[in-house]
Design a protein. Structure first.
Lengths: 346, 1117
């Protein structure tokens, strides 16, 4: 066999200038794996995947079920709601208190979220309405904000810093949580650190290099809806002030969907390190943010998290459903396979 | 002035007169009557672009494509109005696509430039101011005297002035023009043939009056004075000629015709799909716009307090706003039209077509020729062929003729051992020596041809003195004949074998007749060739007029029996006709030979007519035709010859395979019907069991036209009835040219009906244009079948160009068919692999490519559409701009390209041994509306799953991270995008049956690249970007365990039903392709080692299972 091949190649050299080369590539003979989706391969595969998914699903569901969530609406549309009077027009500095009780220990660390519905942070015009150069502390842009910020670019002829719709509409309700112990209100300490992405806080957003920070904002105007300028967002902590104020950062990360939650505080300190013990609580809300005009609601949520985040039954259920469907499909295929074992040649 | 402008713009042809006047050596008359004519220079320009016009011209051509134009419009819209995505998102892919195409076209043009420069810069010798000057080819002007030496090609169309021979003749070969290798003799005008030196030429004052340039190669200037550019000088030391047609006006350049653009069925369906998608796009955009306004009707959604409008927005006109919103949505969804589809298809075709040329199975060892791809646009059409129209001679047969029999004066002769014997005699029987009529017949055969002889020592003073010297010179086997027609060659070789040795050298003919058994008497009569009446396809005969040694004038003519017998007035007409039919029945090619003696007066008349016709400047063709018709009549029939043409290797198997593949084979031939039928039978086109229906013109022409039609109609009707009655028996139809044209004219429908129900059709006595007409008829019939024409000769060119796919056979009849074909192969048998394997592969590849492209873009853009429902139709993009840009050009481009280059659904051996698999893909089945719907719906389903899967996951608005932090909108989009890239890549992986290392590399590589790119892209603050929306979004997404679980489950949800469906279909409704995949796997289990272990008994079992793929088993064991 080899000999013959050799001889033909020898012969070629004479007058076979056009002979195509005999390689696996040119002859389309590359070694190849040729898998076939036949029942024999797929049935065990589906069965395996199905069983594995059911297992994972159960695991995910158990994890998700172990997470405690407490959600309280405080919009105040109903007259019975303690915040009802705050929805009346021209109420400034309205404070309302929401009382609730916890039956069992709410395991820590507890995360405290505020939530809005029907609020479209994902509108295009809203989303582009900011000036990134201002937010990295470039003061030259303080004087001439990007035109994207319109109509929140200038007020009374002065540039707005930070300009734009997102910053302007920053959520400004504040919360204080008290545990009622023996009729006395004890303040539950909130931790405002670590609620924004680490990269947002440390790298992406920067304050201008001025001390005091206030000087950078000369000849600028605060956003129209704000009660205090950016450099006074947290006067107590310089590392949480200005553009790197974590509440500000949380707000600036636009939510994907109209109903969203944003992290407000964590409860990690003091007596509440291990969670909120059972008992009565009172949430003091300084109610500023109007949502009635667009039929929105406001709520607060207490939640603890597992490795997979907050309570989310979707994944567990999806895995269970798909897992069982895979099993069912493999059974169907098995029946088909048994009946029509071999496709007959005709 | 106006006229000058019009001329420059090309409205008026620049040459006003019908002839051009060329002053030799540009010595113009002094008397001032001369109006200078402008001629092109001798530059050959085959390139399309120059450095300067490349960019604008190429851009213009590319934007003429509808898809590119569409993207240009989108790009311009983005530049003009405020749109959701930056112009870069559509500008960059467009730029990429345009650049890739431009690079490809630029490269091709660069190659052409290189070739042009080589030609234009070639050194030539020109007579200028009294001496020979070496210059470059491009500097030759009309009127220059050019010197060409032996074996050089002519740089320009020349009129021969003189050669080194006293008689002013030269030999040329036009192999590179039309592939005819025979030597052709060209003459110079006697007046100039004496000017053999530069100084003599210097004194020459002459004018050449000639026609304006035209393309027809076979209509030379005068009686063979014109030496065409590209032809090669042979056997002549040097010649001088005057340039008459230069550069782009030379005949060779005028024959560089742009081929008509053939479009494949796939491309047509692709365009249909594009239009459907355009409609979907418009629908989505309009729906979004309307919903946006419906939503905005409520004040609270129109302008919530946190997102107020600017004054300008409030005040702009509603109609303008509506239009700009519509355009913005159009831009947002524009990616549903796959921008890179065209460029990928183009690359796939260009790269994929190399496999045909590379295929060793399509390589012909003996002639050292591999398959040749002239256009890569039609690769997939090879998988769609329903009708094959094949020529017979040279295509089914070898076109290697051998003389077998002849009929002289009503007696049949056979060639036995190199001797010509009357029928019934054996070799040993006493000498029936050649006498009388036989001699005349043999003379006719040996004189009436255009065969050239190449001799080893060409400089021998032939034609000169001693007849013995060249008899000796030729006596051995030194002679080689060059003939344009293999029949002639066979006849001349035969006459040589029967010791009638002839050589034909310019215009003196010498015949030496050796007596048998070498005891010779030598007879060297001289014939002078007076006129040659060339062969043409319409007349179907050729003649020579000779002066006999005795001084008489005689015309010998030979040609098809139908072209000569009607004009014969004497001789054994009936007997010869009978013999011709008998020969034909044996499958031999017949020619009839006749002669006519002229009286001196008659000859004078003939000579006058011919000369007048030949020198006519206008309507020469028609005039010549008239003259020929006048001369070739009142013939005396001498006899007929029969030549055998051997069938090519494996023709029967190939035709059988094509038939099993569901392809109808029609043989279209110019041969007479008996020959054609017998060849058809021997090559398996007709079976013995077939019921053969014959539709032939009655020989007796005394019936009226009307009755012929009725007769034809009756036959057709009868056939139709018979076919309906008889389903079991296969029918074959024989029809001749005359009946065909009548049938096509009068009863097209009925005829087609009959044809379609016949499993084999044979058309004989076909003129070249009729062949094309038949093809066109089938092509335009209501079913619009895909046709393929295959042929080897110039007479097949029209058919090759007409059919959807034209295939040229690299045969002996020149390269005209090859040049005009789309694909060229060396042998007919290669057609089976070309269609069954390559065609099948290419079709599957490109069909899946097209479907997949639409699918992946639906997947891509539908989530964006769905997202609008959740963001107040504010045109917010779901994905980041960079992802929008790169999705089609980076993340998902390579797997499909590799798939479309290398996919093999079934092993090639299986495809070839089971031609019926070809039926699985017929009628464009993979691009049928149903499949299209499947892919589109699948795309939409997957898009819904991506979007709503992510929506439910995120929409519960709980955190997905262990640290309780929340994701934003870009993370949501990135999650959808990640799931999409993985699913779409795995979907093509599911479709792949043939995983080479390249598939693994690009499939897993694409996914890996997406991850690496995203990490990189999100890991850096990009200084030139306007916003840093994507900063660390991807890392954050991946740091969430839930996101991983979500990605996995969504991908599985998308793909598992698909797998399930595939398995069910495979087992419930397997296509034959799938069945053969099973067989294939079983076969592959048996390695050669295993085979040796198989016992006899088990071997029998295996054979039982695989009756239909026995070849595979043999191949592997």
């Amino acid at each position: 066999m080899n000999m013959r091949f050799y001889r033909t190649t020898m012969k070629e050299e004479g007058n076979s200038a056009n002979r195509p080369s005999n390689t696996a590539f040119t002859q389309q003979r590359l070694p190849a794996w040729q898998p076939m989706l036949s029942a024999g391969v797929v049935i065990p595969g589906f069965l395996l995947i199905g069983l594995a998914f059911i297992g994972i699903g159960v695991g995910l569901l158990i994890t998700s079920r172990s997470i405690q969530v407490l959600e309280l609406d405080y919009t105040g549309t109903e007259t019975s709601s303690p915040c009802y009077q705050c929805t009346m027009s021209n109420q400034s500095n309205c404070v309302c208190k929401l009382s609730f009780s916890i039956g069992t220990l709410f395991k820590g660390p507890v995360f405290f979220y505020y939530g809005l519905t029907n609020y479209f942070q994902n509108q295009r015009k809203y989303g582009v309405s900011k000036d990134f150069n201002q937010l990295i502390g470039d003061v030259s842009y303080f004087k001439s904000p990007s035109s994207d910020c319109q109509p929140y670019q200038r007020v009374n002829g002065k540039p707005i810093v930070p300009c734009g719709a997102i910053a302007n509409s920053m959520f400004n309700d504040t919360f204080k949580l008290y545990q009622i112990i023996n009729g006395k209100e004890e303040l539950v300490p909130f931790d405002g650190k670590g609620i924004a992405w680490w990269t947002d806080y440390n790298i992406k957003y920067r304050n201008p290099d001025y001390t005091p920070l206030k000087n950078a904002f000369n000849d600028t105007e605060k956003p129209v809806f704000w009660t205090k300028p950016a450099y006074e967002l947290d006067t107590s902590d310089a590392s949480n002030n200005g553009f790197i104020n974590q509440d500000f950062l949380v707000w600036m990360r636009r939510a994907a969907l109209p109903n969203f939650r944003k992290l407000y505080r964590r409860i990690t300190e003091g007596n509440y390190k291990d969670g909120l013990p059972a008992g009565n609580y009172s949430l003091e809300i300084s109610y500023n943010y109007p949502v009635i005009s667009f039929e929105g609601t406001k709520k607060v949520t207490f939640s603890n998290v597992s490795w997979m985040g907050g309570q989310n039954e979707f994944l567990g259920i999806a895995y269970l459903v798909i897992g069982s469907m895979c099993v069912v499909m493999s059974v169907v295929m098995l029946i088909v396979y048994a009946k029509f074992r071999f496709p007959e040649e005709d | 002035m106006l006229r000058w402008i019009r001329q420059q713009l090309g409205f008026d042809p620049p040459h006003q007169s019908d002839t051009r006047t060329v002053y030799v050596a540009n010595r113009f008359p002094q008397n001032g009557h001369y109006i200078p004519q402008r001629f092109a220079d001798n530059r050959i320009i085959s390139s399309k672009y120059t450095v300067w016009n490349f960019v604008p011209k190429n851009m213009f051509e590319q934007f003429r494509r509808i898809a590119n134009f569409y993207f240009l419009i989108i790009f311009l819209v983005q530049l003009m109005i405020d749109t959701p995505t930056s112009p870069i998102t559509s500008g960059l892919p467009l730029f990429f696509v345009i650049t890739v195409t431009a690079i490809k076209q630029g490269y091709e043009d660069w190659l052409r430039h290189k070739a042009d420069n080589e030609v234009n810069g070639a050194p030539v010798f020109v007579v200028r101011s009294g001496s020979l000057v070496q210059t470059r080819s491009k500097n030759i002007r009309v009127g220059d005297i050019v010197r060409v030496a032996k074996d050089e090609t002519f740089p320009v169309d020349l009129v021969l002035l003189s050669s080194d021979r006293a008689d002013g003749t030269c030999h040329i070969t036009t192999a590179s023009l039309d592939g005819e290798t025979n030597l052709k003799t060209h003459f110079s005008v006697p007046e100039t043939s004496v000017c053999q030196s530069v100084s003599q030429l210097e004194a020459l004052q002459a004018v050449v009056e000639c026609q304006q340039p035209e393309a027809d190669l076979y209509r030379p200037l005068g009686p063979e004075n014109l030496l065409l550019r590209g032809a090669r000088l042979k056997n002549t030391k040097e010649i001088f000629g005057v340039a008459v047609y230069t550069g782009m006006e030379s005949k060779m350049a005028l024959n560089y015709k742009c081929k008509s653009q053939k479009r494949s069925a796939v491309e047509k369906s692709m365009n249909t799909f594009l239009i459907i998608y355009l409609v979907i796009l418009l629908f989505e955009a309009i729906l979004s716009t309307i919903l946006k306004y419906a939503w905005q009707a409520e004040e609270k959604w129109n302008e919530p307090f946190y997102n107020q409008k600017t004054e300008q927005e409030r005040n702009s006109s509603p109609i303008l706003k509506f239009i700009s919103d519509f355009l913005a949505f159009l831009v947002l969804y524009n990616f549903i039209i796959p921008i890179s589809l065209y460029v990928t298809v183009e690359m796939q075709k260009f790269l994929g077509s190399f496999f045909i040329g590379w295929d060793l199975d399509l390589y012909h060892e003996e002639s050292d020729q591999k398959a040749q791809v002239n256009t890569s646009d039609l690769n997939e059409e090879l998988g769609q062929v329903e009708y094959v129209f094949t020529d017979k001679t040279g295509t089914l047969t070898e076109n290697e003729m051998h003389f077998r029999e002849c009929s002289i004066k009503g007696t049949k002769y056979r060639e036995v051992n190199g001797k010509l014997l009357p029928e019934g005699m054996t070799d040993d029987s006493p000498d029936g020596s050649v006498i009388g009529d036989e001699v005349l017949f043999l003379k006719a055969v040996s004189l009436c041809h255009t065969v050239q002889i190449s001799y080893d020592q060409p400089d021998l003073p032939l034609g000169a003195s001693d007849p013995f010297s060249h008899v000796n010179g030729f006596s051995s086997n030194h002679m080689e004949y060059y003939a344009s027609s293999p029949d002639e060659k066979a006849l001349v070789e035969a006459t040589k074998r029967w010791s009638l040795n002839c050589c034909f050298n310019y215009y003196i003919l010498k015949i030496t007749i050796f007596c048998r058994r070498q005891q010779l008497f030598l007879w060297i009569p001289r014939y002078k060739l007076l006129h040659l009446l060339e062969f043409d396809a319409n007349r179907r005969r050729m003649s020579v007029i000779l002066q006999t040694p005795s001084g008489g004038t005689v015309l010998f003519t030979k040609g098809a029996e139908s072209a000569i017998l009607p004009f014969a007035t004497s001789g054994e007409i009936e007997k010869t006709r009978l013999h011709v039919d008998e020969f034909a029945l044996k499958g031999l090619r017949t020619l009839v030979v006749a002669c006519r003696h002229f009286s001196p007066e008659e000859y004078m008349d003939v000579d006058k007519r011919l000369t007048a016709a030949r020198t006519a400047l206008q309507q020469r063709e028609e005039k010549l035709q008239e003259a020929f018709d006048f001369i070739e009549r009142d013939l005396q029939l001498l006899g007929a010859t029969a030549v055998e043409d051997k069938l090519q290797d494996k023709v029967q198997e190939t035709i059988e395979a094509l038939r099993l593949a569901g392809i109808k084979v029609w043989v279209l031939t110019g041969d007479k019907h008996e020959t054609a039928v017998s060849v058809s039978l021997s090559c398996g086109h007709f079976h013995r069991t077939m019921n053969i229906l014959e539709l032939l013109q009655q020989r007796s022409d005394n019936e009226l036209n009307l009755s012929k039609e009725i007769f034809l109609y009756g036959h057709l009707f009868l056939f139709a009835c018979r076919i309906k009655e008889d389903h079991v028996i296969q029918h074959g139809l024989v029809v001749d040219g005359a009946s065909l044209s009548l049938a096509l004219r009068e009863h097209e429908k009925l005829f087609m009906e009959v044809c379609k129900n016949c499993s084999a059709v044979l058309c004989c006595r076909m003129a070249p244009l009729q062949k094309a007409k038949v093809v066109r008829l089938l092509k335009t019939s209501p079913e619009k079948p895909i046709t393929l024409a295959i042929g080897d000769g110039a007479n097949d060119v029209s058919m090759i160009q007409e059919a959807h796919v034209g295939i040229g056979i690299m045969g002996k009849e020149g390269r005209q068919a090859v040049r005009n074909s789309d694909y060229a192969i060396a042998r007919f048998k290669f057609l089976a692999k070309l269609l069954l394997v390559h065609g099948h592969f290419y079709y599957i590849r490109i069909a899946t490519l097209v479907q997949y492209f639409f699918y992946k873009n639906v997947c891509f853009i539908t989530p964006q559409f769905l997202y609008q429902f959740f963001c107040l139709f504010s045109q917010q993009t779901l994905y980041d701009s960079v992802y929008l840009t790169l999705y089609n050009i980076c993340f998902t481009s390579l797997p499909i390209l590799v798939y479309s280059l290398f996919e093999q659904l079934v092993h090639p051996h299986v495809l070839q041994s089971k031609p019926c698999l070809y039926r699985d893909i017929r009628k464009n089945s993979l691009l049928s509306f149903r499949t299209f719907l499947y892919w589109t719906v699948l795309g939409f389903c997957h898009a819904f799953i991506f979007f709503f899967g992510s929506y439910i996951l995120m929409g519960e608005d709980t955190t997905l991270m262990g640290n309780g932090q929340m994701f934003g909108n870009w993370t949501f989009g990135t999650l959808v995008f990640t799931v999409m890239v993985i699913t779409v890549t795995l979907k093509i992986a599911l479709e792949t049956h043939f995983w080479t290392w390249m598939h693994h590399f690009v499939t897993w590589g694409s996914i890996a690249f997406y991850f690496i790119f995203s990490l990189f892209y999100g890991g850096i603050i990009w200084p030139f970007l306007h916003t840093q929306d994507m900063y660390f979004v991807f890392v954050q997404l991946l740091s969430s365990g839930s996101a991983w679980f979500a990605i996995i489950i969504i991908v599985i949800i998308c793909l598992s039903p698909d797998v399930f469906k595939k398995v069910l279909y495979r087992h419930l409704q397997p296509t034959s392709t799938q069945k053969s995949q099973v067989l294939e796997v079983m076969v592959f289990v048996l390695s050669p080692h295993d085979c040796s272990l198989i016992t006899d008994e088990s071997r029998r079992n295996i054979t039982v299972i695989m009756t239909s793929s026995v070849t595979v088993l043999i191949v592997l064991c």
